[in-house]
Write a protein that binds this ligand. Sequence first.
Ligand code: ZN
Length: 86
Amino acid sequence: MGYRDIYFDRNKSNHGWYTCVRCGKKLRKSDVDIDHIIPQSRGGSDNILNLQCMCKTCNRSKQNSMGLDTVKDLGKNIVRNLFRKK
Ligand SMILES: [Zn+2]
């Protein structure tokens, strides 16, 4: 199972729409980029806690950077997943 499948399996869409975590843009599934919060190039895993929904523009501008945003995204994503019912 690819990481896109892992993400979509755990994150049901809101009537077919997903929201970019950075800019809040509404996206169709085909337009969603699944972002590794900790980039794979830096050892980030395909764990659901490391995956988030981004638009292509935000994901491209993020590239492989690690900084305060990475820490914030990771914190938010862990909270989101902890409080989600299966
Ligand atoms: Zn965005």
